[in-house]
Design a binder for this molecule. Structure first.
Ligand code: MG
Length: 371
């Protein structure tokens, strides 16, 4: 099928409020259209092929990448979000390609060690323009990725660029709201799953969490003699299913009432893609549980404390002497300023790279060779 045929199919098959690739505001640097991919399919492919995307594999979700091979990383988190978001977008008649592109790029600006790394960079960059992972996502796709001879960055469509910033959420396309809601469903469910798998959380403690109680009841009703491990797996599955079904029902309800004539109209006013109020409070209850018992578990806190020190000490050493940076980054420091270059350098690292760099900088017996 040609691009033109795909574009026409969108007009026939998507809801009126679904974003159409042909209606895109386009790219900063004009490029000829592709023969058989729409603008958003091309965006998605550019994200998948960029190096910041590949590095998500070795970045922390909750556990540092070095801790174990069974837990979610930023990459598997991203894939779970994309999976949920595509299902939701399809069921709502929204643009699945744009949704997928937004989902695959939504966490691309995270530095090593998740939010801990971000907090350190925020602090260190306070007097130098600040740091915020969403803004950094945009910097990666606009400036730091170097793939094309004629321009910096990936030259993504304006719709995808806007979604990365996530600010002024009400002005974003419905596809971006779908990813936002799917992100929350995914991390609540899989962080709970990882918490239980790791043994830091115990199932017994979850009795007060309504979403979990209901999910277990659903599974037990269907398969009363199921063993504990399988019951847990299916409970997480039931939990995601309940959240997604609610998101679909509540959003379809609002869309039917508001009846936006097109994607432009759907952006203004009330937020149309969101869970029902009861589901929203249940999600919030689960999130509170995870904060209290998991994200603040002493073992997770110890991991964060270490990460904070690694990133902070590296920043101070490198920002204290530009000559410690690899030559390419010294050039970048001359262009962008020392602190900004150090921040870009560290923010681009995976957990593994950051640990290695820490050894190279501070361990007397470690080599200093930078690959
Ligand atoms: Mg996320």
């Amino acid at each position: 099928m040609t691009r033109e045929a795909l574009e026409e199919r969108e007009f026939r098959e998507l809801a009126p409020y679904g974003m159409k690739a042909r209606a895109s505001r386009g790219r900063r640097h004009p490029e000829p259209e592709h023969a058989y991919r729409t603008a958003y399919q091309r965006d998605r492919d550019r994200i998948i092929h960029c190096s910041a995307f590949r590095r998500l594999e070795y970045k922390t979700q909750v556990f540092a990448n070095t801790v174990g091979d069974y837990y979610r990383t930023r990459l598997t988190h991203t894939m779970e979000v994309a999976q949920i978001a595509r299902t939701v977008a399809r069921a709502l008649g929204l643009n699945e390609d744009l949704t997928e592109a937004i989902a695959l790029s939504h966490d691309i600006g995270h530095g090593p060690f998740g939010h801990t790394g971000e907090d350190v960079l925020k602090e260190k960059m306070r007097a130098h323009g600040g740091f915020e992972h969403n803004r950094h996502s945009l910097r990666i796709v606009d400036v730091l990725e170097r793939k094309y001879p004629d321009f910096r960055g990936l030259n993504l469509t304006e719709e995808l660029r806007a979604s990365l910033l996530k600010h002024g959420k009400e002005q974003l396309h419905l596809e971006a709201h779908v990813v936002d809601a799917s992100d929350r469903i995914a991390y609540n469910a899989h962080d709970l799953d990882d918490g239980l798998t790791s043994g830091l959380l115990e199932e017994a403690g979850l009795g007060d969490v309504a979403l979990w109680r209901e999910a277990v009841a659903t599974v037990s009703a269907r398969a009363p003699s199921i063993d504990a491990e399988m019951r847990r797996y299916h409970a997480v599955r039931a939990l995601i299913d309940a959240a997604v079904t609610d998101l679909l029902d509540a959003s379809l309800d609002r869309l039917a009432r508001a009846a936006p004539a097109d994607a432009e109209q759907a952006r203004g006013g009330e937020r149309l893609i969101a869970p029902s109020r009861p589901m929203d409070s249940k999600q919030a209850e689960l999130a509170r549980f995870l904060h209290a018992r998991f994200y603040n578990h002493f073992q997770v806190r110890r991991m964060r404390n270490k990460a904070q020190r690694y990133v902070g000490e590296m920043f101070d050493a490198l920002a204290g002497d530009v000559r410690l940076l690899p030559p390419r980054w010294q050039d970048w420091a001359r262009e962008e300023g020392l602190e900004v270059a150090v921040c870009d350098y560290l923010a681009g690292m995976t957990d593994r790279e950051a640990l290695l760099e820490y050894r190279r900088l501070f361990h007397p017996d470690a080599g200093t060779m930078v690959e």
